[in-house]
Design a protein around this ligand. Structure first.
Ligand code: FAD
Length: 562
């Protein structure tokens, strides 16, 4: 490839949620930006082959047949992996990794990454979350506080389109919201009863990245209103939920500064000792296995948490024999995730003359209510609760003939489903490293994952069962059933850490602008940068950190400081 085609102002590795934002911001600031994506291209609308399928259009009516589940048992455990979405998921057998302890690594390798598949729940962190490690004495202190990211939350929310109510809660700050989805009648009853019984707990509508009422900014992106079909993971032809494919990548393309190369597997970042900077990246073509070096002044690593760790660990040089920027040996360590093991179901004797409109793409939620203002329990941190009320498709009746047919024209009973999303505490022993022996199809060392739950997670789970049960009882529910899914870490798909931010280069890898302390023109703004996990769904925070870091990087570049 001629030299001019391999030289750019910026390289972005990965085109998922965070890479899409990096590409948009850097391109809009006038930087010639190369996005390197290991998967195939997925063009908005054109490449959503199942978007309008009915169940009978699919050989297995939407289900994954058992032989395929046996072949790919890890991804088959993901609730969203189905016949109509499977083309957007990585298959276990094609991309193996080493599980020292059970870990379900769920991935999407294509333009858009997991932004096509995500459940679109988007909550801001609060000041309590950024202060937590310092107050409670775990991980390291974040180098930023809520006020540093607040304007960037607003910035990304306006463009992405987030629906929600202004709830006025310090524990879950409000954002720039489009109108919220409505709670159904039973959820409203539960909201009232729970908040009466527990004045310090808040039952609110879940905030989500769906266009309930698109603004001119969204319409200009070619996106339209959500139709409440809830077929989102197939790709939305309306562009009604936020994905890189419908939103940030087209915005980057519009500038004329984007150069996107697909099937480009980044194996490492190249470091130059004389300038003490990264000069570019080495890429293996996924189809031909040919190796090319691309050069740029700045590099954004957005391959998603664990792949970002892998690329940095594999970026070895004389100066950094243990991985780029890894002087303190902490690269790959302090991996954390969200504890999703707690589930509760219940029956509710609700109004049988009422129903609800459409297939709402969000749930009701309760922001964390444990250990928020001070430490109150024998476990650290807390959990967010999500729940919803729904009616069965038909009543629970048996029979044959006209009476039976008549009976099943009515919807069935009301029931409640509740789940937890718990913060986990980052620990040095929860870590990833490179296999000495196993390589992938492209000759790159496989990732060894060694991550597990601990006693704190068990206590948090038991507390959720106790509190969730008590709240549902007080709200008048019956047949309350709790269960521990015992799912391995990773299935939450919220993995974070390994390249954490911090103030001190001795105890962290990245500074307050997501810049590697020891290689200033490399920025990491996906989940790998997270110092702690909070209990909120994390992607909105990745977006805000990315936009903030891109703004800083472009300004530094302009001033000749990078
Ligand atoms: C079913 C499901 C539900 C979810 N629900 C939510 C939710 O409700 N709320 C929430 O906040 N989050 C949710 N998530 C998580 C969310 O999708 C991720 O946090 C988010 O996509 C992470 O963004 P990212 O840019 O780091 O990674 P991704 O979006 O995964 O993008 C990474 C990209 O990098 C590419 N890549 C990887 N390695 C390389 C390499 N070596 N070279 C070149 N390219 C590479 C990949 O192919 C991919 O395109 C969910 C995820 C799933 C799958």
């Amino acid at each position: 490839m001629p030299e001019q085609n391999t030289q750019f102002d910026a390289i972005v590795i990965g085109s998922g949620i965070s890479g899409g934002w990096a590409a948009k911001e850097l391109c809009e600031k006038g930087l010639k930006t190369l996005v390197l994506e290991r998967g195939r291209n997925v063009v908005h609308k054109k490449d959503y082959p199942t978007a309008n399928f009915n169940p009978w259009d699919m050989p297995h009516r939407g289900k994954i047949p058992p032989p395929e589940m046996d072949l790919d048992p890890i991804v088959s455990n993901c609730y969203a992996y189905k016949e109509d979405t499977k083309h957007f998921f990585v298959k276990d057998h094609e991309h193996p990794y080493v599980q020292e302890k059970p870990f379900s690594w769920i991935r999407g390798y294509q333009v858009g990454g997991k932004s096509l598949l995500w459940a679109r729940q988007t909550q801001r962190w609060s000041k309590y979350d950024f202060e937590a490690p310092l107050r409670d004495g775990f991980a390291v202190d974040w180098p930023i506080r809520y006020k540093d990211i607040d304007p960037w939350y607003s910035y990304v929310e306006k463009f992405a389109g987030i629906s929600g109510n202004k709830d006025g809660l310090e524990v879950l700050p409000d954002g720039e919201f489009l109108p919220a989805w409505e709670m159904n009648c039973v959820e409203k009853i539960l909201q009232e009863k729970i908040m009466q019984a527990y004045p310090d707990r808040h039952v609110i509508q879940g905030r989500c990245a769906h266009l309930t009422e698109p603004t001119s900014e969204h319409l200009a992106q070619g996106r339209g209103q959500c139709m409440a079909r809830k077929l989102c993971e197939r790709g939305c032809p309306f562009g009604a939920y936020f994905s890189s494919n419908s939103s940030t990548i087209p915005a980057a393309e519009k500038t004329g500064n984007l150069h996107l190369i697909t099937h480009a597997v980044v194996e490492s970042i190249i470091y130059d000792e004389s300038t003490q900077k990264a000069t570019g990246v080495s890429v293996v073509d996924a189809l031909t296995h040919e190796v090319t070096v691309y050069k740029a002044k700045i590099i954004f690593v957005n391959a998603a948490c664990l792949n970002t760790n892998l690329i940095l660990l594999n970026s070895k040089s004389n100066r950094f024999p243990n991985g780029l920027g890894n002087d303190n040996g902490l690269l790959g360590k302090y991996i954390a995730f969200h504890n999703y093991r707690g589930n509760i179901t219940a029956a509710f004797n609700g109004p049988i003359d009422q129903y609800y409109y459409g297939r709402r793409p969000t749930q009701v939620m309760m922001p964390s209510f444990k250990n928020v203002l001070k430490q109150e329990t024998d476990f650290l941190r807390g959990y967010m609760v999500h729940f919803s009320a729904s009616r069965a498709g038909r009543p629970n009746v048996d029979g044959v003939g006209a009476a039976f047919k008549e009976a099943i024209t009515e919807p069935g009973d009301w029931s409640i489903y509740m789940m937890m999303q718990g913060e986990t505490i980052p620990k040095e022993t929860n870590q990833v490293s490179l296999s000495e022996y196993e390589r992938d199809n492209w000759g790159i060392p496989q990732l060894v994952v060694s991550v597990e739950y601990d006693e704190n997670d068990e206590k948090l789970l038991q507390d959720f069962f106790k509190e969730g049960k008590a709240m549902l009882e007080k709200a008048g529910c019956t047949k309350i059933n709790t269960w521990d899914s015992k799912q391995p870490p990773g299935l939450d798909i919220h993995e974070m850490g390994g390249v954490r931010m911090g103030k001190d280069p001795n105890t962290s890898l990245l500074n307050q602008f997501n810049q590697l302390h020891h290689c200033k023109n490399v920025f990491v703004t996906d989940g790998a940068c997270m110092t702690s996990t909070g209990n909120q769904n994390p992607s909105l925070t990745f977006m805000a950190l990315t936009a903030r870091a891109a703004d800083y990087a472009a300004a530094q570049l302009k001033e000749g400081l990078l």
